[in-house]
Design a protein around this ligand. Structure first.
Ligand code: PEP
Length: 252
């Protein structure tokens, strides 16, 4: 993992007012150790991207959006384009989060379109994949991961895939307090890397950052991050409190 800088991203989901967002971003920026090993990323709701960008200006903390539409502009009422996200100061865009798949009809095909659109403006997609509890119990985990990866990455060039961050987020672990064990997560991370090595290119597979997501806390980040193929975390609930997020950002 030496060549992969760990990445800790906070997904604020549908939480926080502008004032709360600015305050949390400011505390993270101010209290993050200059010696921090991990790259730190904040993903506020769309409404707060601008104020958070202002708080983070000149700091190493990076900005992400939680979703995007695949067209660059046009008559798409309610949608936000990759160009708008670039304009507001994002570096990353979360794509295909399980909540988008569950509540908003996101599919591997829409994930694929969004990844391509985001790449055209130079932003970095953070693609989320992961199995449900029923799929894990039916021993379909690796098949689900394979089809989500294959569908999400369809028609992308190796050089484009090289721009991605991939987050493995077992749906049964998101917001449930039921974290995957380091062994469970490592098994899937290692599988993802091997699949990419075979289907894309070994050097790209070994350079890509694979994040774990699902009930990450200050108490479990350390053992998770020690697993050889886990390169950081996508953090939901625990990213809303500065003290717990900063502990996670310090990798426990
Ligand atoms: C997430 O939303 O990506 C997530 C992992 O949430 P939580 O940390 O709350 O389980």
């Amino acid at each position: 993992t030496e060549m992969r800088r760990p990445l800790i991203a906070g997904n604020w989901k549908m939480h926080l007012t502008l004032a709360e967002s600015a305050a949390l971003a400011r505390t993270v920026r101010t209290d993050l150790k200059e010696t921090a090993v991990a790259e730190v990323v904040l993903a506020p709701p769309f409404t707060a991207l601008s104020v958070v960008a202002q708080e983070l200006a000149g700091s190493p903390v990076q900005l992400a959006a939680q979703d995007v539409f695949w067209e660059l502009q046009g008559a798409y009422t309610g949608a936000i384009s990759p160009r708008m996200l670039q304009d507001v100061g994002c570096r990353y865009v979360i794509i295909g989060h399980s909540e988008r798949r569950q509540y908003f009809g996101e599919t591997d095909a829409t994930v694929n379109r969004k990844i391509k659109a985001v790449l055209t403006v130079g932003l970095q997609p953070m693609m989320c994949i992961g199995e449900t509890l029923a799929q894990r119990e039916a021993e379909e985990t690796l098949a689900v991961i394979t089809s989500q990866l294959t569908g999400g990455l369809a028609d992308l060039l190796p050089e484009e895939i090289n721009r991605l961050v991939i987050a493995y987020e077992p749906v049964w672990a998101i917001g449930t307090g039921r974290t995957a064990t380091p062994e469970q997560a490592q098994e899937v991370h290692s599988f993802i890397r091997q699949l990419l090595a075979k289907q894309v290119r070994p050097d790209i597979a070994y350079g890509l950052r694979l994040l774990y997501g699902g009930s990450v806390t200050p108490d479990n980040i350390k053992v998770l991050a020690q697993a050889p193929d886990i390169d950081g975390a996508l953090v939901g609930g625990a990213s809303l409190k500065a003290d717990s997020f900063l502990k996670i950002a310090a990798l426990g």
